[in-house]
Structures are given as C-alpha cells and as structure tokens.
Design a protein around this ligand. Structure first.
Ligand code: COA
Length: 197
C-alpha cells in the first residue's frame, strides 16, 4: 500500500483494517470515499451475473452514473459504506462492499447490503464485513439492522442466521426474506478489527 492511499484513509476519518483470509491474499477493509467510483464500477462489472442479481435484485451489469454517485456519496450521519480491497499487479482492486443506510421511515432502523467477489466467497470476508456493519451500527445507537434477501439466496440467509439475524417473510414481496437483528446499543462500542483477525 503506498503512502497516498494511507493519506486518503486518514482524511476519511476512519481507520482501515487489514484482514487475511486463510492462506490467501490480504484484503483491507476501509470506508468508501467520494473518488471510489472507478474501483466500485470495476468491482461490480467483474461480479458473476448471479452475485450481481443477488446484490441488486435485477439485471444490473454495471452501475449507472446515478447509482454510482449515490453509492459513493455517503451521508456519514446516517450511513456507512465499506469496501474491501486487495492489491493486484500494484493496483487496488475491490473484493467486497458493504453498507447500511436509512431507507426506512423508522429513524432507528438501517437497511444493509453486502457483496463479496466470487473468488473470495466462502473465505469469511462476508462475515467480517457484516460484523463491521453491526459494530458500527451499535456505536451509532442504531436499534435495528435489516436486509431484504432473495428467498433463493442460501449464502446470505446462512450468513445472516449465523450472525444472529431473525428470518421473516418480507411484508410486501414474496420473493424476499427480511433478515433483521435488534442491536444492543448499551455496552457495545465500535471495535476496529485487529490486523490478525
Ligand atoms: C452472501 C455473501 C455476501 C457471503 O459472503 P462470503 O464471504 O461468501 O461469506 P463467508 O465466507 O463469510 O461465510 C459466512 C457464513 O455464511 C454462510 N454461508 C456462506 N455460504 C453459504 C452457502 N452457500 N450456503 C449456506 N450458508 C452459507 C455460512 O454460515 C458461513 O459460515 P461458515 O463458513 O462458518 O459455514 C456472498 O456469497 C455474496 O457476495 N453473494 C452475492 C451477493 C449477495 O448475495 N448479497 C446479499 C445481498 S443483501
């Protein structure tokens, strides 16, 4: 990682955490920054159609300029967006992305979404990203974190169940499962991952 990358992370005001999958390359989890449009677009383009479908629930092959702007313009009072990156031939490339935002009239709830590059799936990165979202939400006194998951999406449903989310029918869409977790906001505070985790 070069020093300019370090500086960018510092300007974002939040720490970056390195994490290694067992026997694999190292990934760094850091906040999404305003200039991350190209890296996010490249990340989405290289996802398999199935992963894109599970993430966006539609036939998205790349991000529209509007969506790209939305995904890189973060209102840090109410939302967080994280990107996991690794170095490939000296370039920073995205291998995972996770966020929550308040899409709901309920000010105490946040909706999350998460996606991991196909080659990185099944190695624990999705768990790390979701844990980061949960810790961050707890630190901001968010009471409920929920996601709308396609009913066929066994991986995300398994991950959500493993992290203590309850699974319910979506109130309006029979193709979706609502995964929801009530957060304890009293004692838990944001704990950055340790590099060895
Ligand atoms: C869902 C997703 C984010 C999981 O990320 P991941 O990095 O593969 O997940 P992890 O390796 O951390 O796995 C964590 C847990 O999820 C569950 N899980 C993962 N893959 C699973 C599968 N195919 N079936 C059932 N459970 C599965 C398991 O409980 C697993 O724990 P274990 O490894 O101890 O068994 C990833 O598969 C993905 O990006 N899918 C496409 C996009 C998507 O579906 N996004 C959800 C929109 S909200």
């Amino acid at each position: 990682m070069d020093s300019s990358f370090d500086n960018v992370i510092e300007r974002a005001g939040e720490s970056a955490n390195a994490w290694s999958a067992l026997g694999a390359q190292q990934a760094t989890i850091r906040p999404v920054l305003a200039g991350d449009g190209p890296i996010l677009q490249a990340f989405v383009r290289q996802l398999s159609p199935m992963s894109r479908y599970h993430r966006f629930h539609g036939g998205v092959s790349e991000l529209s300029p509007e969506l790209l702007k939305r995904l890189t313009t973060i209102d840090r009072r109410h939302e967080i967006a994280l990107i996991a990156t690794t170095s490939s031939f000296g370039r920073e490339v995205g291998v995972g992305e996770a966020r929550y935002s308040n899409e709901d009239a309920d000010p105490d709830s946040r909706e999350f979404a998460i996606v991991v590059a196909d080659a990185w799936q099944g190695r624990g990165l999705g768990s790390k990203l979701l844990q980061r979202l949960i810790s961050h939400a707890q630190s901001r006194n968010v009471r409920r974190l929920y996601g709308n998951v396609l009913a066929e999406n066994a991986s995300m449903l398994g991950l959500a169940r493993e992290q203590g989310f309850a699974l319910r029918h979506h109130p309006r869409d029979s193709h979706l499962v609502r995964v929801q977790r009530t957060l304890s906001t009293d004692s838990s505070r944001f704990q950055p991952l340790q590099p060895s985790e």
